[in-house]
Ligand binder design. Sequence first.
Ligand SMILES: Cc1cc2nc3c(=O)[nH]c(=O)nc-3n(C[C@H](O)[C@H](O)[C@H](O)COP(=O)(O)OP(=O)(O)OC[C@H]3O[C@@H](n4cnc5c(N)ncnc54)[C@H](O)[C@@H]3O)c2cc1C
Length: 176
Amino acid sequence: MKGEKKVLVVKKNIIDISLTAHKAEVQQTDYRPDPEGSIFEKSTERLTAEGDILLDEADIVISGGRGLKAPENWDMIEALAQALGAATACSKPVSDMGWRPHHEHVGQTGVKVSPNLYIAVGISGAIQHLAGVNASKVLVAINNDPEAPFFKAADYGIVGDAFDIVPRLTAKVKSL
Ligand SMILES: Cc1cc2nc3c(=O)[nH]c(=O)nc-3n(C[C@H](O)[C@H](O)[C@H](O)COP(=O)(O)OP(=O)(O)OC[C@H]3O[C@@H](n4cnc5c(N)ncnc54)[C@H](O)[C@@H]3O)c2cc1C
C-alpha cells in the first residue's frame, strides 16, 4: 500500500463471532504509535435519509424479485418493511424494468448489503444476486418453487406463494 493515507473499513457482519473453549491471555503493552509514522483517527459520520432506512446500513432488508409480477405489488413488501423497521431492496431485473429505483438493486452490479436479516421474496437466487447478500447474517427465502437456487443459500426457507405468505407474515409481526 503506497498511498499516504490508509483507510480500514470493516462492514457489519463481515466477521463471524465464534465462541471457543480457549481463553485469550490479556497482555498489557505500552506501545504508542510513532507520531511521525502511523496516525490513528476515529471518525464517525452518521447519514440519515428522510423517511427511508439506508439500504447498506439497515439491520433488516426485505427484497423483492420478478416473482412479485408488477410494481403495484410492492405495497405488501413496503408494509412488511414498515412492520419490521426494514429497508426495501430488489433484484436487478426489477430495477431494470423500472419497477423500483436503481439504488435499491442488490447484487454483484448493485449494492452489497450485510444486514442481520435479509428476506428475499420471489427472487430466484442467481449467483449475481447472492454476491450482494451473502454477507448477511440470516438469509430467508420465500419462493413458490421448491427448486429455486436461493433455498441452497438460505438459512430459512418458506415454499409458498408470496401473495399469501407476505401479508400473513406482516400481520403476525404487527400482532407481536
Ligand atoms: C453480468 C451480470 C450481472 C448481474 N448482476 C445482478 C445483480 O447485481 N443483482 C441481481 O439481482 N441480478 C443480477 N443479474 C441477473 C441475475 O443473473 C438474475 O437474472 C436475476 O437476479 C433474477 O432476478 P429475479 O430472481 O428477480 O427473477 P427471476 O429469475 O425471474 O426469478 C423470479 C423468482 O420468483 C419466483 N416466484 C414467481 N412467482 C412467485 C410467487 N407468486 N411467490 C413466490 N415466488 C414466486 C420464481 O420461482 C423465481 O424463482 C446479473 C446478470 C448478469 C449476466
